[in-house]
Design a protein. Structure first.
Length: 436
């Protein structure tokens, strides 16, 4: 694409003075030759990191900070990066995704640092690893740095996909643990916990074969995630999961005191504040947003919002869900909040691109208003970006940026707003006033 085909984000903003998503950028979409919204001055493979400095991100009460300045995020999920990068013939998909997302200012990606057993495993059996897959993860980290994108690396799955806690428990059964009756034994069994601790150490101390930097020393990595969407429904009191979080958070911090740590929670409230359980979507999963995130070694909180809003009632629930967690991070936890998953599936009834754009825009507005007013919500990562030619990997939620110009433009506007906050030098981070 030639330089005259680039549309600066400032131009997009001038056309969109009203808050997202009240007015979509139809004018932009019909401009000749303007197929996607990109930042003027594409890095073309020679990016200089915009938010990655030779410093680790820290927290100051409920804000992310780097080199004494506030740091906010606009990003996405892409669980598939390591798998694609492990094969030289498909590795370009990773580069394409980072390149397209960096053009519209995104600066954070959440992805998997696990694949346990099964097809294309990273960990083939407890303590044994597939070097080709590890080199794929090395490439992901190297490319992320090249395009100025931070990473959240999730360390195991609650679900069966890519092995998850079920695979860990099965490994223990295969080695004589016939007494293991539930996948939730992952959180309590000494042998299984030992397998997981070994995985933590292996990942954190891995030396990148491309950059030569140990993962625990790499500024590109923003945070570790204990587990994707942990649940322990065999113990709704939350005791087992809370003890596991305390133990594993301490384990990570004993190896790596540099990086931030989050749990991977969806945001369910539990027994610590029963009155807040009315905010849950009608059921419990053995987690407790307040108690779990209150662990000293946990640096920030997350919530997930999949599936996306499908009607007015659901939209109101989403707004209430987000605002309740922002308020709790502002006033109770005093830690940053990341909206770590949200999306709208093209497979859902009544789906339209316009409905997805409106849904994204509403969440972006809520996150931005919190950040602009010095609140705890410090960023979002939607589910999910895919590169062109990955149709077989699609789950209905995928956004191919250069094929979805209206969605890309809404993301671009949010990037510009987030960038303006990151560029501010006169922000004073006084405590958020809490009404008594």
């Amino acid at each position: 694409m030639n330089d005259d085909a680039y549309v600066s984000l400032s131009y997009i903003i001038n056309m969109m003075m009203s808050p997202l998503p009240t007015r979509l950028i139809s004018d932009f979409l019909t401009m000749p030759g303007k197929g996607t919204a990109v930042l003027k001055g594409d890095c073309k493979g020679k990016c200089h990191p915009s938010t990655i400095n030779d410093s680790f991100v820290e927290t100051r009460t409920h804000h992310f900070m780097v080199n004494g300045k506030p740091l906010y995020f606009n990003g996405f999920n892409a669980y598939w990066l390591m798998c694609m990068a492990s094969d030289p013939s498909t590795r370009v998909k990773v580069t394409d995704a980072f390149q397209e997302s960096s053009k519209i200012g995104m600066n954070l990606v959440r992805t998997w640092a696990f694949s346990d057993g099964g097809n294309k495993p990273l960990q083939t059996s407890p303590g044994f690893y597939n070097e080709d897959m590890f080199k794929g993860l090395d490439f992901v980290i190297s490319e992320a740095k090249k395009y100025g994108i931070h990473l959240i690396l999730s360390l195991v799955n609650n679900w069966d996909d890519f092995g998850g806690k079920k695979q860990y428990v099965q490994w223990a059964r295969d080695h004589g643990g016939q007494y293991l009756n539930s996948d939730d034994d992952f959180f309590t069994n000494v042998v299984v916990k030992g397998y997981y601790k070994n995985h933590l150490k292996t990942i954190l101390t891995r030396r990148n074969s491309i950059t030569g930097v140990d993962y625990k020393d790499d500024f590109t990595i923003f945070a570790w995630e204990l587990m994707n969407e942990p649940r322990c429904q065999s113990d709704l009191s939350g005791k087992f999961l809370q003890e596991w979080i305390v133990e594993m958070a301490a384990e990570i911090k004993s190896i790596d005191k540099n990086h931030l740590l989050e749990i991977g929670l969806e945001g369910f409230y539990g027994e610590s504040m029963p009155e807040k359980k009315q905010n849950n979507p009608g059921y419990e999963v053995g987690t407790d947003f307040i108690t779990n995130n209150g662990v000293n070694n946990v640096d920030f909180a997350t919530i997930h919002l999949v599936p996306g809003a499908s009607d007015e009632a659901r939209a109101k629930f989403v707004e209430k869900w987000i605002n309740a967690h922002i308020e709790d991070c502002d006033s109770i936890l005093r830690k940053p909040l990341l909206i770590a998953e949200f999306g709208k599936s093209s497979w859902s009834s009544g789906y339209t691109v316009e409905a997805r754009d409106e849904y994204f825009g509403g969440i972006f507005n809520t996150a931005y208003e919190s950040a602009r007013n010095r609140g705890s919500c410090s960023g979002t990562t939607f589910w999910q970006v895919m590169a062109k030619g990955m149709d077989n990997w699609g789950d209905g939620y995928q956004v191919v940026l250069d094929q979805n110009p209206s969605t890309a433009a809404i993301i671009a506007k949010q990037s510009q707003r987030i960038s303006s906050l990151n560029s501010s030098t006169n922000l004073e981070f006084s405590p958020v006033a809490v009404e008594k």
